[in-house]
Design a protein around this ligand. Structure first.
Ligand SMILES: Cc1cc2nc3c(=O)[nH]c(=O)nc-3n(C[C@H](O)[C@H](O)[C@H](O)COP(=O)(O)OP(=O)(O)OC[C@H]3O[C@@H](n4cnc5c(N)ncnc54)[C@H](O)[C@@H]3O)c2cc1C
Length: 255
C-alpha cells in the first residue's frame, strides 16, 4: 500500500490556510453588558462558511504600535454566518480588550484560525460546565448545541449581576451565575464546582483563569478518567512579585 501524499498535502494546506493572518473589518461593536462588548467582523478572505462548532475559537490580531509583531489573542466564535464572525470580549486593561472598547465599524484587524475548542466526546450524556466571563461565549455555544435530553449543570462567574446573560440551554441543564463582586477571580467558580455531585460518566469542561482551571482539573481528575475532564486556562492573573526579603534589615546592621 502506497502512502497517500495528496491527503497529507491537503491537510497541511488546510492548516496553513487557517493559520494565515487574514484581514477583517469591524461591522458592529456594542456593549452587551458593562463588562462585555460584542464585536462583529466581516472576513475579507473567509476560509469557512459553516456554523461555528462548540467552543471553536479564532485568534484576533489588533493594531499594535509596540516593538515586534504582537501575537494574537484567542476569542471564541460566538456565531459565524453570512461571512461574519461575532466575538464577545471581556473588558479589562489588556491590548485586545482596550482595542475593543474603542472599536467602531470600518476598523481593520487580522484574524487567524479557526481551531477546535470542545475536546470531549460529543454529545455528552451528563455535563458539568464552568467558566468565567472569558468562557461565557464558549459555554453559550456548547449548551446551544446539546441534545434536548442532556443533563447537566453550568456555573458562570461574571464580574457582577449586571453581566448575567440569557443562555439557550436544554431543560435539564441548570444554569447558575456567580457574580464575583470583590472576590478573587475563579474563587466562587472553584467553590461551586468542587461541591458538584458527579457520576462515573460525568464529563467536565472548564474555561477560566489559569489557577482556577488547574485546581479544578486536579479536583475532577482525582475522581474521573482524564478523557472526561477538559480544563483550560483562558487567561492568567500576572504573578505577583514576591516581597523582596532583605536579609540585612536596617535595624540589624552593625553601626
Ligand atoms: C481558547 C480561548 C478562547 C477564549 N475566548 C475568549 C472570549 O470569547 N472572550 C474573551 O473575553 N476572552 C476569551 N479568551 C481569553 C482572552 O484570550 C484573554 O483574556 C486575553 O489575554 C485577552 O487579551 P488582551 O490583549 O486583552 O490582554 P493581554 O495582553 O493578554 O493581557 C494584558 C493584561 O490583562 C490581563 N488580563 C487578560 N485577560 C483578562 C481578563 N479576562 N480579566 C482581567 N484581566 C485580564 C492579563 O493578566 C495581563 O495582565 C479566550 C482564551 C482562550 C485560550
Amino acid at each position: 500500500m502506497f502512502p497517500q501524499p495528496i491527503d497529507h498535502a491537503d491537510r497541511f494546506d488546510a492548516i496553513r490556510r487557517a493559520n494565515r493572518r487574514r484581514p477583517a473589518t469591524v461591522v458592529g461593536a456594542f456593549d452587551l453588558t458593562p463588562h462585555m462588548r460584542r464585536i462583529v467582523l466581516r472576513e475579507l478572505e473567509p476560509v469557512s462558511d459553516r456554523p461555528a462548532k462548540p467552543a471553536e475559537w479564532i485568534k484576533l490580531h489588533v493594531p499594535w504600535s509596540g516593538e515586534g509583531r504582537k501575537h494574537g489573542r484567542a476569542y471564541t466564535v460566538r456565531d459565524r454566518s453570512n461571512g461574519r464572525i461575532t466575538i464577545d470580549m471581556a473588558m479589562h486593561d489588556g491590548l485586545c480588550a482596550s482595542w475593543a472598547r474603542r472599536a467602531r465599524p470600518g476598523d481593520r484587524v487580522e484574524i487567524s484560525g479557526p481551531r477546535h475548542g470542545f475536546r470531549l466526546a460529543w454529545p455528552p450524556d451528563e455535563l458539568l460546565l464552568g467558566a468565567d466571563e472569558t468562557g461565557l461565549a464558549a459555554v453559550a455555544t456548547i449548551v446551544a448545541g446539546l441534545p434536548h435530553d442532556t443533563r447537566g449543570k453550568v456555573w458562570l462567574e461574571v464580574p457582577d449581576e449586571r453581566d448575567v446573560l440569557p443562555l439557550d440551554a436544554p431543560p435539564s441543564v441548570a444554569v447558575r451565575f456567580l457574580p464575583r463582586g470583590a472576590a478573587e477571580p475563579g474563587h466562587l467558580l472553584m467553590r461551586a464546582m468542587r461541591t458538584a455531585a458527579i457520576t462515573p460518566t460525568t464529563a467536565v469542561w472548564v474555561a477560566a483563569e489559569r489557577a482556577a482551571a488547574l485546581e479544578l482539573r486536579e479536583h475532577f481528575e482525582a475522581a474521573l478518567p482524564p478523557h472526561q475532564v477538559v480544563t483550560s486556562g483562558y487567561w492568567r492573573v500576572p504573578c505577583r512579585e514576591p516581597a523582596v526579603h532583605d536579609p540585612f534589615p536596617e535595624h540589624a546592621r552593625p553601626a
